[in-house]
Design a protein around this ligand. Sequence first.
Ligand code: ASP
Ligand code: MG
Length: 417
Amino acid sequence: MGRLVMKFGGTSVANIERIRNVARHVKREVDAGHDVAVVVSAMSGKTNELVDWCRDASPLHDAREYDAVVASGEQVTSGLLAIVLQGMGIQARSWQGWQIPIVTSDAHASARILEIDGSEIMNRFADRKEVAVIAGFQGINPQTNRITTLGRGGSDTSAVAIAAAIRADRCDIYTDVDGVYTTDPRVVPKAKRLDKIAFEDMLELASLGAKVLQVRSVELGMVHNMPVFVRSSFDKPEDIDPHGTPPGTLICSEEEIMESHVVTGIAFSKDEAQISLRQIQDKPGVAAAIFGPLADANINVDMIVQNVSEDGKATDLTFTVPASDYNRARDTITSSKDKIGYARLDSATDVSKVSVIGSGMRSHAGVAAKAFKALAERNINIRAITTSEIKFSVLIDAAYTELAVRTLHTLYGLDQA
Ligand code: ASP
Ligand code: MG
């Protein structure tokens, strides 16, 4: 007997029929003797609709009211699932963030979980085996007494945080894919599902473009050493042996992974924009003059490359920002043009970032060099590069994204993984 968190995303609770399917998954684990807390998302498309309503009501809406509106999607599904479970003879009740409470910061629309009191949920496991059906994505800030939300995709984070708070053995994330793949299978049909992946590698994959899990949820899993299992909600509940190992990917600590490849996966993101400043004076303080105002504007700069200008006297500086911040970034730079002192600003939005990830890189040299050669052989021009201990990224023309991902997937032996 154990204790489980089961999290179901929007497509898994898209209608009453699917909510019934979710309830049968829950029943299977309850019948196997486990204590179960379920975390649900809003029905698929619901949160988008709610967000659109807020924008329609006023483009400059109050973020606190935005949270009051968008948190409602999860309230609906938590209640519905509790009703269906009760109808199946399973003790269950719904919990909103404020009822537990899930205490968060007051950063509305992107609040951080600070504390969760799991004691009442655990008492009810002990007293009457009651299933807790918890609305994901939301919490409360006790100082202001207002409902908060955790940012898009935040129910993953709710689930992992609750798992830690109730000391669960594992957090199962049921979703519309059956695990984490070496890369997006829609781009590389030979992509393989990983049986296990280390928190660190998953954190990079998620940060660099893989959309399986909210980044923050992986961070929390790592901090609490909470194993997270990504699995499909579309498998028939009755076909699954609750004591066997179903298909899926276990995200766990590195020590639990026996065979490890140098490269774990390839991620990519087309939401990048490149800005290049030509012929900047090569003197101290210039980088500060450029990146200071961007930081003040809350714009995340990712890749940075500096090289000698064509004229050989000055320097060129290239950096990337999220595509959604591109216009703001350009305006910010242009308005400090006199302070920075550059001749020309070039930019490109049709670029993408392809990243190769693997904690095995720590102990292997030349992993990135191999990629540069392979990309050159395909005539793919690299605009910028960044590296860290366990990953490197290249910025390329967006048109070559798929070719680059496929080339690297084969290069690092992931086709046969
Ligand atoms: N419903 C929220 C969203 O769509 C939270 C989630 O599903 O994780 O972003
Ligand atoms: Mg999600």
